[in-house]
Design a protein around this ligand. Structure first.
Ligand code: ATP
Ligand code: MG
Ligand code: MG
Ligand code: MG
Length: 474
């Protein structure tokens, strides 16, 4: 089944259960001081949950563009390393605003997966919230009893607050949840370890596909929970993971959502996917990041030096950097993928088609300018190396290269390692901290709802130039 069809079957199924189909909200948020990007389907409905405004229908369904690169949900470090976390992904969802609750949410999810999509029930595991002492919440017996009617107990697992209590951010609507996980391992692998032991264990073939959140509380600024005025359902299913399961693949990147992008990338960069781990990671990173960047630009968020724009710039630079280091790309090439992306996704997300030329131009210019930085940085780094006495390069010099020329520190570390030098990382960290302190003092400026975030600091965003990443890239 093609991904387009998988998406429309989801929406049609919930339409047949009296849900209204609505478009995705923008991925980039302009008027929410607590959040930069939509990180889940429920974000656009937050005010309905809180009872502050009225939905146009008490049952809604959609496919929401999400981005998880900052704040509470930050998956950036996994992207490319694993095969099922993306920066930008689609979240299929169905909502009840004070209408149906756990019973319908659970039985419809099961009906869709096993009767419409025809997933073998034995491959599905479900989880139930076990309770949380600090929040004075007990086991979700209501969900447990409902699941027991359709799933044998050996495929029901219990989860703690980390996995089975969903919160958008530190504040806001939240509640216990039941997740549905799928085991797509071979029969031989399944015989070795029961699937239930691999649920939530970061196994690439036992993955969470759908989260059913039972919205009952609002987390206040002081951390306490209060009951919401009414009870709601908020579900989110990872579209790319569902496609993986239904298309019989064992990686999201092998579905028709990513394959066209990867084929084009192989052609442009003259590389092959599936032969070397480092090249595969680079290809996955680029195929993933181009989507995040193109969708952001189509939403009106251009790369820039502050706030959300800075996050986008760093995602794009991370992709450029992976290409530069592992695919040997010295000329702009990522912009060439926009055409493939817009052909493939433009029907479901027309903004991508409308803004295609803008996306291409912006990405190409960003690539050009960052590649220049990389080129110049390499020359400067050579000078630093030739001036170095001994085998340890000064952290202060590396910091200048990073701070003044924007040359990524992990690239410096990598090149130095390759050349048999060490970097004085302690000295680098000291310089970085001093600079952070200086600019924190200088940039506490607010513009309307938007806090100007010091680039080095953007909302706990961990980018390519973090020392931690250096070891993983290397
Ligand atoms: P995981 O435990 O795999 O990180 P999650 O519990 O953080 O997922 P939820 O917040 O419950 O995810 O989001 C609902 C659904 O969205 C998940 O069940 C999953 O299918 C999908 N999803 C979550 N994060 C990502 C991501 N980074 N890339 C692709 N799909 C995702
Ligand atoms: Mg997660
Ligand atoms: Mg999870
Ligand atoms: Mg989840």
């Amino acid at each position: 089944m093609k991904s387009q069809e998988i998406r429309s079957q989801f929406l049609e199924f919930f339409k047949s259960k009296s849900h209204k189909i609505v478009p995705s909200a923008p991925m980039v948020l302009k008027d929410d001081p607590t959040l930069m990007f939509t990180n889940a389907g429920m974000v656009q409905f937050k005010e309905y949950f809180l009872g502050n405004s009225e939905p146009s229908s008490s049952r809604i369904t959609d496919s929401q563009k999400c981005l998880r690169v900052s704040g509470k949900h930050n998956d950036l470090e996994e992207v490319g390393m694993d095969t099922y976390h993306h920066t930008m992904f689609e979240m299929l969802g169905n909502w009840s605003f004070g209408d149906y609750f756990k019973e319908e949410a659970i039985s419809w999810a099961w009906e869709l997966l096993t009767e419409v999509y025809k997933i073998t029930p034995e491959n599905l595991y479900v989880s139930v919230f076990e309770g949380s002492k600090e929040d004075k919440l007990g086991l979700d017996t209501e969900a447990l009893e409902l699941w027991k009617k359709i799933v044998p107990e050996e495929r029901i697992v219990y989860g703690d607050k980390k996995d089975n209590f969903w919160e958008m951010g530190d504040q806001g609507p939240c509640g216990p949840c039941s997740e549905i996980h799928i085991d797509i391992r071979s029969e031989a692998e399944k015989a070795k370890i029961p699937g239930r032991e691999l649920v939530n264990a970061d196994h690439p073939q036992v993955v969470e596909i759908w989260n059913l959140v039972f919205m009952q509380y609002n987390r206040k600024a002081d951390g306490s929970l209060v009951e919401l005025p009414a009870k709601h359902i908020d579900t989110g299913m990872g579209f790319e993971r569902l496609c993986m399961a239904l298309q019989g693949r064992d990686s999201n990147y092998d579905t028709d959502v990513f394959r066209p992008l990867i084929s084009e990338l192989e052609k442009i960069t003259n590389s092959t996917y599936g032969k070397s781990e480092k090249i595969d990671i680079a290809i996955r990173v680029i195929a993933d990041h181009v989507r995040a960047v193109a969708f952001s630009i189509a939403d009106g968020q251009l790369p820039s030096n502050t706030g959300a724009g800075y996050v986008i710039r760093r995602i794009l630079r991370r992709a450029i950097r992976y290409g530069f280091t592992f695919l040997d790309t010295k000329e702009p090439f990522i912009y060439k993928l926009v055409d493939v992306l817009s052909n493939q996704m433009g029907e479901a997300f027309p903004e991508l088609k409308l803004q295609k030329t803008l996306c291409e131009n912006v990405i190409r210019e960003e690539e050009q300018s960052f590649l220049r930085t990389l080129d110049q940085g390499l020359i400067l780094l050579e000078n630093i190396i030739s001036e170095t006495k001994g085998k340890t390069v000064s952290g202060k010099k590396a910091f200048e290269l990073y701070d003044t020329f924007g040359f990524p520190i992990d690239l410096t570390a990598l090149i130095l390692r390759e050349r048999g030098f060490d970097l004085d990382q302690k000295e680098f960290e000291v310089q970085l901290k001093e600079q952070k302190d200086r600019s924190r003092a200088a940039t506490q400026v607010t513009a309307g709802d938007w806090e100007e975030i010091n680039p080095v600091n953007a909302e706990a965003f961990v980018g390519y130039d973090h020392l931690e990443t250096a070891t993983r890239i290397a």
